[in-house]
Write a protein that binds this ligand. Structure first.
Ligand SMILES: [Zn+2]
Length: 968
C-alpha cells in the first residue's frame, strides 16, 4: 500500500475543502480545544507526536459528534528555550550539533541560520508545521501566529497591564530557583528533565550550643517539643559563621546558600560534623538539654544540614536512633557514652486516632523498614506526616500548643517564637536536587528588583481554586497535583533581560518570559484572523477590553481608532462564540507550571463564565521501555517516522500501547504491526466493496450476532472516548471488532458457497464496514477516507456523523448462544485430546425445557439474594412430570445451585435479560461450521428427542448453555 500518496492526497483534499476551518455558527454547539503550542527550538520527535495526536483524536471525535470544532495552532518563539539552544550552537556544543546533523538530518549548511534566535525559530517553525501537516492533524491553519507577531505583542501588553491593574504584578525581592553557574533564574524549561523548582520555607529552630546557635531546619516546627537529640552528618563539613551578626553552626553549603538569601555571612572557621558529635545543645523552646548525635541520612546540602530528632513522630529519627543504640562500634568511634544514648526514649507529643503514642514506630514496624537507607522510609514519613497533619492533636506536654491541631500548632510555633528570636527561616527547594541544563545543582536565591507575578497572593490562590473546582481534570486523580501546586506557588519572576518576546509595557528593559506570555493566548486564536486586518498600532487596550471583556462601546472605539464597527463586532461575536476553552491538552510535566498558571491568569482576567472547562493531561513516549534521550541514541524524529511507517500506522502506534496518562511504549516493530493491521483492514474493505450488492436479505442467527457485536463495540468505543480512554477505544474499534468479523467469516465459510449466502454476508459486512470506518476515523483518518471513498461515500469520513448506538440491535440471547457454539468446539477438541479418539461423529444434546425453566428461576433467586436449593426443589416438584424423575432433578439442581452462585454479576444479568435462546435452532444453523471445523459428522438433538442416537446416555447431562456431547 502506498501510504504516502494516500496520505498526501487526503491532506490536500481536506485543505482544499477547508473542512477544518471553523467559523461561528450560531445555534450549533461548538467545541474549542487547544494543545500547548511548540517552541520551535528543534525538530519534533515522536514523543511530541503523541500529545498532538491525542488532541487531534479528540478534535476529530468531537467533530463527528456534530460539534463545530476549533483546533488551532501557533508557535512559541519567546524566551530562554530558543535562546539557550542558539547559544549552545554558537558555543559549538558537540552533542547538540551531532544531534541536529545526525539524528535530525539537518543539512550542515543550514546550521549557520540556526545560530540566531529568530533564524532558528523560523527554521524549525516550518519544520514542525510540515510534520503536523504530514500527521494529518485537523488544524484550522488560518489562525496560525507566532508570539513575536506585533498583534500578539499588543495582546500580551494588554494581558500584563490587566494583571498589573489587578494588583497581581509586583516589583521586589523574592526567592527564585537559581543556577549559581549560569547566574540566572531557572524555571522548568531551564532544568534537566524539565523539573519545575518548587520553593518552600523551612523553619530554623535555634538550638543553643555555648555562645553559638545550631539552627535545625524543619518543615514541622510543632514537633520541637518532642526533640530528644540533634543530628549532624559526621562526614560533612560544617562552619561556624556570623550570620547577620549571630554565631551559627551550619553546613558549609548552607553558608553559601544563606548568602544568596540576602543574609550577611562571614565564615569564621570550618569543622567536621564528627567534631560536633557528643556536644550538648539546649532546646530554645523548653530549655531541655539534648546531645548531638551522628546520622548518615542527614544531607548537608539540604537547608542548614542540622536536623532535630523527634523519634516519636519522625520515622527517619526513630530508625536512626534505634540503629545507633544497637551499634557499639559507632558509639565508641565517636566517644559517646552508651548509657546516655540508650537512655534516650522517644517522646510522645501528638495523639492521632488509630495510632499508638508513637506513630513513627507504628509505621516503621508495619512497613518493616530495615535501616536508615531503606527507601520505604520516605513512604513511612509521608504516612505519619499526613495522619498527624490532618488528624493530630497536640498533647498537654506542648506548652502553648496543648490541645491545638497540628496545623494550628505549626503557626503558633512559627509566630510566637520568631517574635522572641528563637526561630528563623530559610528558603529551600522542596524537590531538590534540581539540576540546571548546564549541570549545576539549582538553589534558591532572593532576586532583587525583579518583576513578579504574585502567585503567592492568597486572594488570587482562592480564585484559582475556584476555577479549578469548576473544571474537569482528566484524569481526575491529577486534581490533587494542581491543588498542591496552587498551594506552594509563590511570587514568580515574569520577565528576563534577554530573549525574543514582548517587552514589559511599563519597563521596556524587560522581556516577558515564556511561561508568562502563554497562559491566555487561547483567547487570541479566536480573533487573530480579524486582528491582522488592522494595523498593529491601532490595536490598543480598548480593542481587547471590548472584544474579550465586552467593555466600552464599539461605535466610540471605532471612531477613535478608525476600525470599522462591524470588524469589532465580528471579533466580539467570534470570541463569545468559541470561548470559554472547552479542553486544554498538555503533557504531564506542565502541571506544576504552565497549566496551573493558565488557571490563575484566566481567573484573574476573565469573568467566571469564561474560565477554561477542562484540562486533559497525557504521559510521554518511551522507546522499547526506555526514556528517549540523546545519549541512548533512540530519538526518532517525527517526520522520519512518518516517512518510514506512514502517518496512520504511526498515529495508531502512539495511541495503542497505553492510555493517555501513562507513558506509551513505542517501537518500530509496533509501528510495523500497526501498519500490517491497517493494510489487512483495507484489504478486507476492498473485498467487501467489490462483492457487495444492494438488496434485502434475510438475516440468520449469525448475522444477528455480528450486528449485535457491532453495536456493542459502538457503545464501548464511544464510552471509552468520552472518558479519554483512547487506547481502549482504538483497541475496541480496531482489534476487538475485527476479531468479531473474523469469527463471523469463519462461521460463514460454508454459507459463502451459495450465491444467496455470499450476498447476505457481504451485505452484513458492508454495514459493519460503514460503522467501523467511522469509529476508526479519529485515529487513522487517511486510510478511513480512502475506504470511505471506495464505498462511494461523500464527501469525507472526517465530517461524517459518529455511528449511533442502537440498543435493540444488541441481542444478549444471540450472543450467549453463540458463545455456546464457540465453547462446543473447544469441548469436543478437549474430549478428543483426552480420549485420543479422532471424531467421525459428534452428537450434541441440548438441555430440555424444564432445565431451562429452573435455570431461569435460579438466576432470579440469585439476583434477589441467593440461590436456595429447597426453594428450587419445591418449584420443581410442582410438576407431575418432574416428580417422576425426582432423583435426576435433584442431581441437576444441586449442581445448578453451585453453578449459578458462582456466575459473575454481569453474566447473570445478561443471561436473565436474554431469556431462553432456541439452542437447538442455533446449533442446527451452526452445523455446517461445526462439521467443517471438527471434520466430522455432527448431529443435533434435544435432550428428550425420541429415537435420538445416544449410546452412552450422555443426553441427560445436557445443561443450559452447555449441551452434552457424545463423540465416536
Ligand atoms: Zn546553569
Amino acid at each position: 500500500m502506498d501510504w504516502r500518496s494516500i496520505e498526501s492526497k487526503w491532506q490536500r483534499r481536506w485543505m482544499k475543502a477547508r473542512i477544518f476551518e471553523a467559523d461561528p455558527e450560531p445555534g450549533r454547539p461548538k467545541f474549542f480545544l487547544t494543545v500547548a503550542y511548540p517552541y520551535p527550538n528543534s525538530p519534533q520527535h515522536i514523543g511530541h507526536g503523541r500529545t498532538y495526536t491525542l488532541t487531534d483524536v479528540h478534535a476529530r471525535y468531537m467533530r463527528m459528534r456534530g460539534y463545530n470544532v476549533l483546533f488551532p495552532m501557533a508557535f512559541h518563539y519567546t524566551g530562554t528555550p530558543i535562546l539557550a539552544m542558539t547559544r549552545r550552537l554558537r558555543e559549538g556544543d558537540r552533542e547538540l550539533i551531532d544531534t541536529f546533523l545526525n539524528v535530525y538530518g539537518i543539512p550542515e549548511g543550514d546550521l549557520d541560520k540556526l545560530k540566531e534566535p529568530l533564524g532558528m525559530a523560523r527554521y524549525f517553525h516550518e519544520e514542525i508545521k510540515q510534520g503536523m501537516l504530514e500527521m494529518g492533524y485537523s488544524i484550522d491553519w488560518r489562525r496560525e501566529f507566532t508570539t513575536i507577531d506585533p498583534h500578539y505583542q499588543k495582546f500580551i501588553e494588554w494581558q500584563f497591564r490587566k494583571l498589573r491593574q489587578g494588583g497581581y504584578i509586583k516589583r521586589g525581592s523574592h526567592p527564585v530557583g537559581w543556577c549559581p553557574k549560569c547566574q540566572s533564574p531557572v524555571g522548568q524549561h531551564d532544568t534537566k528533565g524539565d523539573v519545575e523548582p518548587e520553593i518552600g520555607e523551612y523553619t530554623l529552630i535555634k538550638f543553643r550550643l555555648g555562645d553559638a546557635y545550631m539552627p535545625a531546619a524543619t518543615l514541622r516546627p510543632e514537633t520541637v517539643y518532642g526533640v530528644t537529640n540533634m543530628w549532624v552528618n559526621p562526614d560533612a563539613v560544617y562552619v561556624e559563621a556570623l550570620v547577620d551578626g549571630e554565631k551559627w553552626i551550619v553546613s558549609a553549603e548552607a553558608a553559601e546558600k544563606l548568602k544568596l538569601l540576602e543574609r550577611k555571612v562571614e565564615v569564621v572557621r570550618e569543622l567536621r560534623g564528627s567534631d560536633l558529635v557528643g556536644g550538648e545543645v539546649e532546646n530554645p523552646i523548653n530549655g531541655v538539654s539534648v546531645p548531638i548525635l551522628p546520622a548518615g541520612f542527614v544531607d548537608p546540602k539540604n537547608a542548614t544540614g542540622v536536623v532535630m530528632s523527634v523519634p516519636g513522630h519522625a520515622p527517619y529519627d526513630y530508625v536512626a536512633l534505634e540503629e545507633l543504640k544497637r551499634s557499639r562500634e559507632e558509639l565508641l568511634k565517636y566517644g559517646l557514652d552508651p548509657g546516655r544514648v540508650e537512655s534516650i526514649q522517644p517522646i510522645s507529643i501528638i495523639s492521632v486516632p488509630d495510632f499508638s503514642d508513637l506513630p513513627a514506630r507504628d509505621v516503621v514496624e508495619r512497613l518493616g523498614v530495615s535501616g536508615q537507607r531503606d527507601s520505604k522510609l520516605e513512604q513511612a514519613t509521608k504516612e505519619v506526616y499526613r495522619a498527624e497533619f490532618h488528624r493530630g492533636v497536640m498533647k498537654p506536654n506542648t506548652g502553648p500548643c496543648a490541645g491545638l491541631s497540628v496545623q494550628e500548632a505549626r503557626e503558633v510555633v512559627k509566630e510566637e517564637f520568631s517574635k522572641r528570636g528563637l526561630v528563623d527561616s530559610m528558603y529551600e527547594l522542596l524537590n531538590r536536587p534540581v539540576y540546571c541544563r548546564c549541570g549545576s545543582e539549582c538553589v534558591v536565591k532572593i532576586f532583587r528588583d525583579q518583576w513578579f507575578l504574585d502567585y503567592g497572593d492568597e486572594g488570587w490562590k482562592e480564585l484559582a481554586r475556584r476555577a479549578l473546582d469548576r473544571m474537569q481534570i482528566v484524569p481526575e486523580d491529577l486534581r490533587a497535583e494542581f491543588e498542591y501546586t496552587i498551594g506552594w506557588l509563590r511570587e514568580r519572576a515574569c520577565a528576563r533581560k534577554a530573549g525574543l518576546g514582548t517587552r514589559l509595557p511599563w519597563d521596556p528593559d524587560w522581556v516577558i518570559e515564556s511561561l508568562s506570555d502563554s497562559v491566555i493566548y487561547m483567547a487570541y486564536y479566536t480573533v487573530v484572523r480579524w486582528l491582522k486586518k488592522i494595523s498593529p498600532d491601532r490595536v490598543t487596550d480598548e480593542v481587547f477590553d471590548y472584544v474579550f471583556l465586552g467593555r466600552g462601546d464599539p461605535e466610540g472605539i471605532s471612531k477613535r481608532l478608525d476600525i470599522s464597527p462591524e470588524l469589532l463586532e465580528a471579533m466580539r461575536r467570534e470570541f463569545t462564540y468559541f470561548y470559554p476553552l472547552d479542553s486544554r491538552h498538555s503533557g504531564r510535566d506542565l502541571v506544576p507550571n504552565h497549566l496551573t498558571f493558565m488557571v490563575f491568569v484566566h481567573a484573574a482576567i476573565f469573568p467566571e463564565e469564561l474560565w477554561p472547562r477542562q484540562i486533559v493531561v497525557n504521559g510521554s513516549v518511551l522507546m522499547g521501555g526506555q526514556k528517549m534521550s540523546k545519549s541512548l541514541g533512540n530519538i526518532i524524529p517525527l517526520r522520519d517516522a512518518v516517512r518510514r511507517f506512514g502517518a496512520d500506522p504511526l498515529r495508531l502506534s502512539l495511541l495503542i500501547s497505553a492510555e493517555p496518562i501513562k507513558d506509551a511504549d513505542f517501537s518500530p516493530k509496533l509501528a510495523q504491526t500497526c501498519r500490517e493491521r491497517l493494510e489487512r483492514l483495507y484489504g478486507l474493505a476492498r473485498e467487501v466493496v467489490e462483492n457487495y450488492s444492494e438488496g434485502e436479505y434475510e438475516l440468520g442467527h449469525i448475522d444477528l450476532w455480528m450486528l449485535s457485536r457491532l453495536h456493542r463495540r459502538i457503545k464501548e468505543t464511544t464510552e471509552a472516548l468520552d472518558r479519554f480512554e483512547v487506547r481502549k477505544a482504538a483497541h475496541t474499534a480496531l482489534y476487538l471488532l475485527s476479531q468479531d468479523v473474523q469469527w463471523y467469516l469463519k462461521r460463514c465459510r460454508r454459507r459463502m458457497e451459495t450465491e444467496e449466502g455470499r450476498k447476505t454476508v457481504y451485505a452484513v459486512l458492508m454495514r459493519v464496514l460503514d460503522t467501523q470506518v467511522r469509529l476508526l476515523a479519529p485515529f487513522v483518518p487517511h486510510v478511513c477516507e480512502e475506504i470511505w471513498e471506495m464505498m462511494g461515500r461523500k464527501p469525507f469520513v472526517s465530517t461524517a456523523p459518529w455511528p449511533e448506538y442502537d440498543e435493540d440491535t444488541v441481542r444478549p440471547d444471540v450472543e450467549e448462544a453463540e458463545e455456546a457454539v464457540m465453547e462446543l468446539v473447544e469441548d469436543v477438541r478437549n474430549i478428543s485430546k483426552a480420549t485420543g479418539i479422532k471424531p467421525k461423529l459428534v452428537c450434541v444434546y441440548t438441555a430440555s425445557e424444564w432445565k431451562w425453566r429452573l435455570y431461569t428461576e435460579a438466576l432470579k433467586q440469585r439476583l434477589e439474594g441467593r440461590v436456595e436449593f429447597p426453594k428450587l426443589i419445591r418449584e420443581a416438584m410442582k410438576s407431575g412430570e418432574l416428580r417422576k424423575k425426582a432423583k435426576q432433578v435433584q442431581r441437576y439442581l444441586k449442581s445448578l445451585v453451585e453453578e449459578v452462585s458462582k456466575l459473575p454479576e454481569n453474566k447473570l444479568r445478561s443471561r436473565l435479560k436474554a431469556g431462553v435462546p432456541d439452542e437447538e435452532a442455533i446449533l442446527t444453523d451452526a452445523k455446517p461450521y461445526l462439521e467443517e471445523e471438527l471434520n466430522a459428522e455432527v448431529r443435533i438433538y434435544g435432550e428428550e428427542t425420541p429415537d435420538k442416537y445416544d449410546p452412552a446416555n450422555r443426553a441427560e447431562k445436557a445443561r443450559p448453555y452447555r449441551p452434552a456431547i457424545y463423540v465416536e
